[in-house]
Write a protein that binds this ligand. Structure first.
Ligand code: SF4
Length: 337
């Protein structure tokens, strides 16, 4: 996920030391997502202190992400890693020294997947996320995992071993066609089924509706679909910055030209009217549905079987400013979505 607590320095992107013989595949021209360049790298640590408001540490067992979402905020990582491949077409697999005294993280919030998906398809082979979970067993850490994959079900035995652990699934549409246009992760149906399976197994789940595409993401329809299988619904608006702004604008002009004016209004002229209106509509929806609706508050604790709390992060920029400890030079990473 990215709770797009915006911009900049790659939390968890400690300098990498490349192992001599990378394990990259030979990729046929034009099929980079199916055959990403994969390398194994040695890093000093995989747990990095972060300023993200909802956690203490960012955990990213990989550099890059082969889901290759068109709107990926984490693609800024390429500025630091200097990979020649397009975003989504490379993956560095991290190896780190054994974690000394994992109990020193007791009570701390670790967020798995701020700039990668910890359950990308390559995790099936490399098992770096699973390895880290095993290393943290019994440490008392509080873990949040964010993913677009049902591979997380493989580790259900470990998930149970972390009290309060929660798994978030990024779902910003129920339209499989739009989903396929935007990412290379598993289908929405598979994400929904995985969420349900975890919920049925007693694991806390979050539906992260992000990024919300104006005019395309039907937020109430998604909440109606998931409200009996999660404890939290996070909402985050699409925020277009960097190189992907042109990509998304091009997509909208070509595939949904009737929305081009709305996107210009929001992303070229800076209007907030759409988000304010959506906020109002969701307040009414939540009230009519008997759901709690809060702004920027991830601390609401509810019983497992209670209806989910809807948390609106539309105004994350204000969070970023208030969370910023170094106002002149503060950069917070995104969560991936
Ligand atoms: S948005 Fe998340 S899942 Fe998609 S490419 Fe970026 S890090 Fe991966």
């Amino acid at each position: 996920m990215k709770l797009k607590f915006q911009t900049g320095c790659p939390s968890g992107s400690e300098p990498a030391q490349y192992i001599a013989s990378p394990t990259g595949h030979n990729r046929p021209e034009g099929n980079s997502m199916a055959y990403p360049a994969v390398r194994e790298i040695q890093v000093k640590s995989v747990i990095a202190k972060t300023d993200i408001p909802v956690c203490d540490y960012a955990v990213n067992p990989y550099v890059g992400c082969t889901h290759g979402c068109q709107y990926c905020y984490a693609s800024f990582m390429k500025r630091f890693t200097h990979h020649p491949e397009p975003w989504g077409a490379f993956l560095d697999v991290k190896y780190w020294p054994a974690i000394k005294r994992p109990e020193r993280y007791a009570g701390k919030e670790l967020f798995f997947g701020t700039v990668t998906d910890p359950y990308n398809p390559q995790e099936e082979r490399y098992r770096r996320t699973r390895s880290l979970l095993e290393q943290l067993l019994g440490s008392g850490v509080k873990i949040t995992i964010q993913t677009k994959s049902d591979l997380v079900l493989r580790d259900i035995d470990l998930l149970h071993a972390f009290p309060g652990l929660r798994v978030g699934f990024s779902i910003n549409t129920l339209d499989e066609s739009f989903r396929a246009d935007m990412d290379h992760a598993v289908s929405i149906q598979r994400r929904l089924s995985a969420m349900e399976a975890l919920h049925d197994a007693g694991v806390r789940t979050t539906c992260f509706i992000s990024p919300i595409f104006p005019g395309l993401t039907d937020v109430p329809a998604i909440i109606d679909r998931v409200k009996n299988q999660c404890q939290l619904v996070w909402l985050e608006n699409l925020n277009l910055r960097g190189s992907y702004k042109a990509v998304i604008f091009s997509y909208i002009r070509e595939r949904r030209p009737e929305l081009a004016g709305l996107y210009e209004e929001i992303y070229s002229r800076g209007s907030h009217l759409y988000w304010e209106s959506l906020d109002q509509r969701l307040r009414v929806y939540a009230a009519n549905s008997g759901l709690d609706y809060v702004i920027n508050n991830d601390r609401v604790q509810r019983p497992f079987d209670a209806p989910p709390v809807i948390v609106n992060y539309f105004y994350h920029e204000q969070i970023k400013k208030s969370a910023c400890k170094r106002p002149r030079n503060c950069q917070l990473p995104h969560f991936h979505v």
